[in-house]
Design a protein around this ligand. Structure first.
Ligand SMILES: [Zn+2]
Length: 196
Protein backbone atom coordinates (compact mmCIF):
# COMPACT_ATOMS: atom_id res chain seq x y z
CA UNK A 1 0.00 0.00 0.00
CA UNK A 2 1.16 3.54 -0.76
CA UNK A 3 0.94 5.86 2.24
CA UNK A 4 1.42 9.66 2.20
CA UNK A 5 2.38 10.96 5.63
CA UNK A 6 2.25 14.71 5.20
CA UNK A 7 3.14 17.29 7.78
CA UNK A 8 4.09 20.93 8.05
CA UNK A 9 7.65 22.13 8.72
CA UNK A 10 8.62 21.23 12.27
CA UNK A 11 6.18 18.33 12.66
CA UNK A 12 9.02 15.79 13.10
CA UNK A 13 8.24 13.78 9.96
CA UNK A 14 11.81 12.56 9.65
CA UNK A 15 11.95 11.59 13.33
CA UNK A 16 8.81 9.53 12.79
CA UNK A 17 10.34 7.91 9.69
CA UNK A 18 13.48 7.00 11.63
CA UNK A 19 11.48 5.59 14.55
CA UNK A 20 9.39 3.54 12.13
CA UNK A 21 12.60 2.22 10.53
CA UNK A 22 13.97 1.27 13.95
CA UNK A 23 10.79 -0.52 14.97
CA UNK A 24 10.62 -2.47 11.71
CA UNK A 25 14.27 -3.48 11.94
CA UNK A 26 13.74 -4.65 15.53
CA UNK A 27 11.12 -7.04 14.13
CA UNK A 28 13.60 -8.34 11.56
CA UNK A 29 11.77 -6.74 8.64
CA UNK A 30 13.73 -5.48 5.63
CA UNK A 31 13.53 -1.70 5.18
CA UNK A 32 14.97 0.58 2.51
CA UNK A 33 15.16 4.32 3.16
CA UNK A 34 15.00 6.51 0.07
CA UNK A 35 15.97 10.16 -0.13
CA UNK A 36 15.63 12.50 -3.13
CA UNK A 37 19.02 14.02 -4.02
CA UNK A 38 17.71 17.59 -4.02
CA UNK A 39 17.85 17.77 -0.23
CA UNK A 40 21.54 18.03 0.66
CA UNK A 41 21.33 19.80 4.01
CA UNK A 42 22.92 16.99 6.02
CA UNK A 43 25.06 15.31 3.34
CA UNK A 44 23.93 13.53 0.21
CA UNK A 45 22.88 10.25 1.79
CA UNK A 46 22.08 11.25 5.38
CA UNK A 47 18.49 11.35 6.61
CA UNK A 48 18.54 13.78 9.49
CA UNK A 49 15.93 14.92 12.00
CA UNK A 50 16.11 18.10 14.03
CA UNK A 51 15.56 16.09 17.22
CA UNK A 52 18.96 14.48 16.62
CA UNK A 53 18.13 11.14 15.02
CA UNK A 54 19.87 10.30 11.77
CA UNK A 55 20.52 7.40 9.44
CA UNK A 56 22.13 6.66 6.11
CA UNK A 57 19.70 6.35 3.21
CA UNK A 58 19.99 3.15 1.21
CA UNK A 59 19.03 4.97 -1.97
CA UNK A 60 19.68 8.58 -3.00
CA UNK A 61 17.30 9.28 -5.82
CA UNK A 62 18.04 11.58 -8.75
CA UNK A 63 15.00 13.08 -10.54
CA UNK A 64 15.54 10.81 -13.58
CA UNK A 65 16.02 7.62 -11.51
CA UNK A 66 13.60 4.74 -11.55
CA UNK A 67 12.95 3.74 -7.92
CA UNK A 68 12.27 0.18 -9.03
CA UNK A 69 15.66 -0.08 -10.74
CA UNK A 70 17.39 1.44 -7.72
CA UNK A 71 15.72 -1.09 -5.40
CA UNK A 72 16.72 -3.95 -7.68
CA UNK A 73 20.30 -2.69 -7.63
CA UNK A 74 20.16 -2.49 -3.84
CA UNK A 75 18.78 -6.02 -3.62
CA UNK A 76 21.78 -7.26 -5.61
CA UNK A 77 24.17 -5.39 -3.30
CA UNK A 78 22.51 -6.83 -0.20
CA UNK A 79 22.07 -10.30 -1.71
CA UNK A 80 18.37 -10.40 -0.90
CA UNK A 81 15.31 -9.17 -2.71
CA UNK A 82 12.73 -9.23 0.00
CA UNK A 83 12.34 -5.63 1.04
CA UNK A 84 8.97 -5.35 2.70
CA UNK A 85 9.02 -1.64 3.54
CA UNK A 86 10.22 1.42 1.66
CA UNK A 87 10.37 4.71 3.58
CA UNK A 88 10.80 7.91 1.56
CA UNK A 89 12.02 11.10 3.23
CA UNK A 90 11.28 14.56 1.73
CA UNK A 91 8.80 12.91 -0.61
CA UNK A 92 7.60 16.26 -1.98
CA UNK A 93 10.75 16.18 -4.13
CA UNK A 94 9.75 12.99 -5.95
CA UNK A 95 8.79 13.46 -9.58
CA UNK A 96 5.19 12.59 -10.56
CA UNK A 97 6.63 9.69 -12.60
CA UNK A 98 8.40 8.35 -9.53
CA UNK A 99 5.17 8.57 -7.51
CA UNK A 100 3.34 6.69 -10.28
CA UNK A 101 6.05 4.04 -10.12
CA UNK A 102 5.65 3.78 -6.34
CA UNK A 103 1.89 3.41 -6.70
CA UNK A 104 2.43 0.48 -9.08
CA UNK A 105 5.02 -1.10 -6.78
CA UNK A 106 2.81 -0.68 -3.71
CA UNK A 107 0.72 -3.70 -4.63
CA UNK A 108 3.53 -5.83 -3.16
CA UNK A 109 5.23 -3.41 -0.76
CA UNK A 110 4.40 -1.11 2.12
CA UNK A 111 5.63 2.30 0.98
CA UNK A 112 5.55 5.28 3.35
CA UNK A 113 6.24 8.70 1.82
CA UNK A 114 6.92 11.43 4.38
CA UNK A 115 6.81 14.98 3.09
CA UNK A 116 5.30 18.41 2.78
CA UNK A 117 1.93 18.91 1.16
CA UNK A 118 2.51 22.48 -0.02
CA UNK A 119 5.37 24.90 -0.66
CA UNK A 120 6.05 28.37 0.82
CA UNK A 121 3.41 29.90 -1.47
CA UNK A 122 0.84 27.28 -0.49
CA UNK A 123 1.03 25.57 -3.90
CA UNK A 124 1.38 21.83 -4.20
CA UNK A 125 4.77 20.37 -4.93
CA UNK A 126 4.37 18.18 -8.06
CA UNK A 127 5.38 15.14 -6.01
CA UNK A 128 2.87 15.94 -3.28
CA UNK A 129 0.05 16.49 -5.78
CA UNK A 130 0.81 13.08 -7.28
CA UNK A 131 0.84 11.51 -3.81
CA UNK A 132 -2.52 13.10 -2.95
CA UNK A 133 -3.92 11.64 -6.17
CA UNK A 134 -2.44 8.15 -5.87
CA UNK A 135 -1.81 7.26 -2.22
CA UNK A 136 -4.31 4.79 -0.78
CA UNK A 137 -3.70 6.06 2.73
CA UNK A 138 -3.20 9.75 3.54
CA UNK A 139 -2.36 10.77 7.09
CA UNK A 140 -1.24 13.97 8.72
CA UNK A 141 1.84 13.91 10.93
CA UNK A 142 0.69 16.14 13.79
CA UNK A 143 2.64 18.40 16.10
CA UNK A 144 3.71 21.40 14.00
CA UNK A 145 2.93 24.61 15.86
CA UNK A 146 2.98 28.31 15.04
CA UNK A 147 4.76 30.65 17.46
CA UNK A 148 1.30 31.69 18.73
CA UNK A 149 0.62 28.13 19.88
CA UNK A 150 -1.99 27.32 17.22
CA UNK A 151 -1.65 24.47 14.75
CA UNK A 152 0.76 25.37 11.94
CA UNK A 153 -0.54 24.61 8.47
CA UNK A 154 1.55 26.92 6.29
CA UNK A 155 5.14 26.20 5.31
CA UNK A 156 6.83 29.55 5.48
CA UNK A 157 10.13 30.76 4.03
CA UNK A 158 11.84 33.45 6.09
CA UNK A 159 15.05 35.40 5.60
CA UNK A 160 17.86 35.97 8.10
CA UNK A 161 15.92 38.73 9.82
CA UNK A 162 12.75 36.68 10.17
CA UNK A 163 10.91 38.40 7.30
CA UNK A 164 8.35 36.20 5.56
CA UNK A 165 9.21 35.66 1.88
CA UNK A 166 6.32 35.04 -0.51
CA UNK A 167 8.03 35.29 -3.90
CA UNK A 168 10.74 33.11 -5.46
CA UNK A 169 11.60 29.67 -6.74
CA UNK A 170 9.64 26.70 -5.40
CA UNK A 171 12.72 24.79 -4.27
CA UNK A 172 15.39 26.63 -2.28
CA UNK A 173 17.10 24.45 0.29
CA UNK A 174 17.71 26.15 3.61
CA UNK A 175 21.24 26.69 4.89
CA UNK A 176 22.43 27.42 1.37
CA UNK A 177 20.78 30.76 0.67
CA UNK A 178 20.42 32.28 4.14
CA UNK A 179 16.82 31.30 4.40
CA UNK A 180 14.90 29.12 6.80
CA UNK A 181 11.58 27.34 6.85
CA UNK A 182 9.10 27.44 9.71
CA UNK A 183 5.47 26.49 10.19
CA UNK A 184 2.90 29.24 10.78
CA UNK A 185 -0.85 29.25 11.29
CA UNK A 186 -2.82 30.62 8.33
CA UNK A 187 -3.49 33.99 9.95
CA UNK A 188 0.17 34.69 10.73
CA UNK A 189 1.33 33.44 7.35
CA UNK A 190 -1.20 35.79 5.68
CA UNK A 191 -0.03 38.67 7.87
CA UNK A 192 3.62 37.78 7.32
CA UNK A 193 4.35 37.62 11.03
CA UNK A 194 7.02 35.05 11.85
CA UNK A 195 7.33 35.90 15.55
CA UNK A 196 5.52 37.60 18.42
ZN1 LIG B 1 -0.02 31.83 14.58
Amino acid sequence: MLHFMHGVMGSSKTAQLLMQRYNLQQLGLKVAVVKPAVDTRAGADIVYSRVGLKAKAEIVLQPHHSIKEQLMWLAVQRAHNDFQFVLVDEAQFLSPDQVQELADMAEDLEIYCYGLRTDFQSSFFPGSAALLRLAEDIQEVPGGLCWCGKKATMNTRIDEDGRVIKQGEQVLIDNQKKIKYIGLCYKHWRQGRSHA
